[in-house]
Structure formats: C-alpha cells, structure tokens
Design a protein around this ligand. Structure first.
Ligand code: BMA
Length: 366
C-alpha cells in the first residue's frame, strides 16, 4: 500500500464564520488536511435517483459502478423557499433530509446549491428580470419576499441534524454561476456592488439572525478568463470558505475544455492560496459520457496537475437523456472504476476512516 506523508507543517485556517459549530470547524480543517491526498469526488442528488431508478434505498449509480459512494453529495434547496414538499427535480424534502443524515452518519460531506426562484417575480431562477437583486435588498420593494425565502430555507436547514441534535455541517453554494447571465443573480442582471451586497446580506442573515453556524460557504462562478474576472464579484474573505467554478465538457470539444480547465484551475488555486481558502471544481461532467476513457484521460490528468483541488462534482443522473456519472453497462463504466481507485481521487470508501467530523464512526455505519 502506498502511503504518502507530507513532512511540511501545514497551516490550518478556521471557517469564515467565527461561531462555526465544532463539527463544521472539524470538517473544514479535515478538508484542508486532505489537500494533496486526492480530490474528493462529488455527485449531485447522488442517492436520490439515477438512470432507471428513483428513491430506492441505499442506491447510487456511482456506487453501483465503483463499489463506493462519492464523498461529496450535493442537494438543492430550490422550492423549499415556498415550503413545497418536493425540490426542483422532484425529490421529496423528507427523503432529502433522510439522505443528508445518512451521508453525515457515514462520514460523507453534504453540499447545497440553490436554484432559488426569483423572489421579485415569483417565477424561476432563470427569470432574468433586470434589477431583481436591488429589489430584494433592504429598502427594495421585494425585500420582505426575500426574507420569507431565507426564513423558509433556514427553518428547513435547522432540521438537518445529527444523532445528538447537532447541526449537520453543510457546504452552501448560493448564487452559483454568478459570472453567467442565465440566472436572475447573473452578471448582466446586477452590478458587482449589488451582487456583493446581496451575498453579504444573505450570509449575515442566515448566520446572525437565523443562527445557522454550520455553513461552509462556496463561491462558485462560471468559467472565466482572468483573475480579475473571477474576483469581480467576490464578496470578501469573511463570506467565503471555498472558491470554485462550473465548467462542462461539450461534444467534440475536449481540447477547449482542457484548456479552459487549465486556465481556471490554475487561477483559482492562486486565489485560494492568497486568501487561505479551498478550491474546487464545483460542477463538471460530460453529458451522456460518450467518451469511454473520459475519466482517466480527460479529468484525471487535470486533478493530477492541480492536485491542491479539494473536490470535483459531477451533475445529476436524471435519466437516459441527462446523466453525468456512469451506471452499470454505460460505456465509460470500466474507466470510471479505474478513476475511482486512482490515488488522485477520494471516494467515500477512503474517506470514512479519516472521520472528517472528528468522530469515530462504528464500522457498521460505514
Ligand atoms: C439543470 C438541469 C435541469 C434541472 C436543473 C436544476 O442543469 O439538470 O434538468 O432541473 O439543473 O437541478
């Protein structure tokens, strides 16, 4: 067995929330200690549904192919802002809550994004009505509507608890792809100042008013060209713990994808080092994974090259028409298995003994 030991003393930084719970501080420290040990692998809605199944117990396409669950499991708050029963893609929040707890109990990492409906118009996240950010800030016509949204997700977040009633630490990735122009919080819909104000207001409200001290905040952009582009809407070190970006491989455009990853991963690792943050590839994948060796030939070399990247996450397995992780029989499945056992990736099976929350996990729960 290959054992890599780093002899250099490593400075560990606390989360940006000075009142973060013990488990949250543990998780953030653990993620820093894991830097260089392999990129944690993540999958959106991993245990909720996959290709050809929905809401089964203890199921995951990632596990069916690789033998292990991923290490990072992302969920969506979307529709909880209205206290609906199901999230944007149909998963009942009751089930989502149960899965979040299962992840925590086995020492996995939960993350939430939020395709938040437009609080000013009541329609979706993709309603790019100009001026929404300004309208929902204090003094704006729709501030009360936004506060209700925040109250509703905070109420739900408070129900995500561990065996002793402790809040389960959550990576929280609001306003994602903020450099794009397809969401109401996008770059063409508000000024950098409005965006930063909205971000700080949101985090302050959740932390200080709603007392959520279990959030590790992820600043996640779309692709970008320069450091200045990446940082134009950065809300400040007190409001961010992890920086990342979303980037997808498109048909017949593997070369462009690699070039873009090289540029963006390099820049964001520089930013992470300067600001004492972690860096991740917050969303990626190749829809339908038509390339049999995409995992070891395209994405793995990037993880090797940028080995200080904390985690990467692939998007959801909605069904045959939209999937980003393989399932048994899928053309890239054998390659994914190789990828999952490579020393530059970390799936749940290699994460568990490290007990990222500082707690012993009994073998029967692993
Ligand atoms: C998109 C697609 C949609 C989905 C939405 C929110 O990227 O996957 O099918 O509804 O994200 O999860």
């Amino acid at each position: 067995m290959l054992c890599r030991i780093s002899l250099s003393a490593q400075q560990i930084y606390p989360p940006s929330d000075k009142l973060a719970t013990n488990e949250t501080v543990w998780l953030y420290s653990s993620m820093q200690r894991l830097i260089g040990a392999g990129a944690l692998f993540g999958h959106h809605d991993d245990m909720a549904y996959g290709v050809g199944w929905k809401f089964d117990d203890n199921r995951s396409d990632v596990k069916s192919v690789s033998g292990s669950y991923p290490s990072v499991y992302e969920w969506d708050f979307s529709k909880m802002e209205h206290k609906r029963e199901r999230d944007i893609d149909g998963t009942p929040f009751k089930l989502q809550r149960k899965l979040v707890r299962q992840v925590y109990d086995r020492g996995g990492i939960n993350e939430f994004c939020w395709h938040m409906d437009n609080p000013a118009t009541g329609t979706t996240a993709w309603d790019t009505t100009h001026g929404t950010a300004a309208a929902i800030l204090p003094g704006g016509a729709h501030n009360a509507d936004y506060v209700t949204f925040l109250d509703n997700i905070a109420e739900y977040a408070h129900t995500l608890t561990g065996p002793d009633g402790e809040p389960i630490p959550l990576l929280f990735r609001p306003f994602h792809e903020l450099t794009g122009n397809w969401f109401w919080w996008g770059a063409s819909e508000c000024t950098p100042e409005e965006f930063k104000t909205l971000w700080r207001y949101t985090i302050d409200y959740l932390r200080n008013t709603k007392k959520l001290h279990n959030l590790i905040i992820v600043y996640s952009t779309g692709t970008f060209k320069t450091k200045a582009d990446f940082m134009a809407r950065y809300p400040g070190d007190d409001y961010v713990d992890i920086v990342g970006f979303d980037d997808y491989c498109l048909n017949n455009n593997v070369a462009r994808f690699k070039k873009e990853l090289d540029n963006c991963m390099g820049i964001q690792l520089e930013v992470a080092a300067e600001h004492h943050k972690l860096a991740c590839l917050s969303e990626t994948g190749y829809v339908g994974i038509p390339m049999a060796d995409w995992w070891t030939k395209v994405i793995l070399p990037e993880l090797k090259k940028y080995s200080n990247t904390s985690f990467m996450l692939v998007w959801r397995n909605a069904g045959m028409d939209q999937y980003y992780a393989p399932f048994p029989g899928q053309v890239s499945a054998p390659d994914f298995k190789l990828f999952s056992t490579d020393q530059h990736t970390l799936f749940q099976n290699r994460l568990t003994p490290l007990a990222v929350y500082g707690k012993y996990i009994p073998p029967n729960q692993q």
